[in-house]
Design a protein around this ligand. Sequence first.
Ligand SMILES: [Zn+2]
Length: 500
Amino acid sequence: MKGFRRTHLLLLHAPAWLLAATLALATAAFAAQTLAAQVAPPPTNSLPPNQSSLGDLTSLTGDAKVWLQDLIKINTTNPPGNEQAAAKYILAVLQKEGIGAEELPVTPGRTSVVARLRSSAVADPSRALILVAHMDVVGVERTRWTVDPFAASIKGGYLYGRGSIDNKAMLASNLATFIALKRANAHLNRDVIFLATDDEEQGGDASIKILIAKYWDKIAAGFALNEGGNVVLENGKVQYVAVQASEKVAVNVNVIARGTSGHASMPTKDNPVVHLSAAVAKIGGYVAPVHFTAIVRRYFEGLSAVEDDEIAKWMRSLETPDRGEHAQRVIADANPQWNSMLRDTISPTVLSAGVRPNVIPAEARATLNVRLLPGDTIDALVGELSKLVNDPTVRLEVQPDAGLAAPPSSLENDFYAAITKVAAQEFGGAPVLPYQSPWATDSAQLRLHNVQSYGLWPFPLTQDDLKRMHGDDERIPLASFAKGIDVESRIVAEFAVTKP
Ligand SMILES: [Zn+2]
């Protein structure tokens, strides 16, 4: 009940708006506890509240919860994004703190926001740290949600809404960390830059790639903190922390079958629906060879320390000459994410053919979403798949919107060391592991510009909550949100603030 005593103390001096926010938090916490007593333990009950090195963040965390709710209510579903409304909101928050922030127009209706806390009169971009988060969100299937995805409602200690994790929680946490530095009047040893970006989910003409091309002088940095890694919570305890230092490369490939159109009453041998189906079935069964990268190697080594004995044994055998192949099969079958970390993967995602039930179409198409390991090439994979399909009526065509492969971030610099040190301290000595994500983030573009970029959602989340990202009923436990702000501000302070 420590939290409640602190709440009461705060109320004595708090302005009305903070009082309301604090009461809301306390009510939510109380509701969570009451519910927990009846049903199950609260999701993060083993995470004690903390004093940050930037002072007491209790009131800032309350502010950040309001920012997160407001940002969820600003619908930035991409397409079309319309991130300008969120940008204007963030601009106002920063200005209220006396921080000069700037809107960076990208395309009509889509702007980014940048702000900088200076360490000295002359900026040294190679030392600067940039906190990056995108403002757009993916769409929702409204009928599958049990709450309004844009109402930011709180139930049982959770804040619900599209973007409550990906990525408005990070956006609010970055904002809180940045403002904590300003409020504490921290003595910075490098510039810290805040950046809110557009169009991450689609990677189109308002994405960070365009932003970098147009405004590099305003955002140039040597180090970045972005989304992409996880604090993995299991049974109320942080199992491990995965810091994204590299990512796979997304490429879409069309599979096109062509034949003769005609009356469906007289079947033809070259019916493209049949040929496409056979091709997709063969591709669906293809298993690409395993390639180890240095990061994946270290990830499995570290993870074997916390996995159960059986899985740990196979993780340690992944590259042994006698048992390696079997171990790779066991690990790949145990977890689709592990499979994806070991090899190129292919997911057929879209099928299209036919206009009428009684007409054989001339063409049938499928889309394959390919995720390449860094270093692998799409041409080599498409060559393999064409051989496997072995059908002259079927053609594979690489779409031009492919992601770019970037070099991994180093695991040997002070920023990575700061992340590792603080995360281990804050999460009870849980292993902190480098991570190569199956998904793509804005970090690839940053790494291509020599930025040592790391991905970490600092919020402890269960697999169940992680699965809701891009899915239905996305939500964040308020306790995890608060903990994440605390952890992020400590990481940034460890790296960018000179100790007295
Ligand atoms: Zn995201």
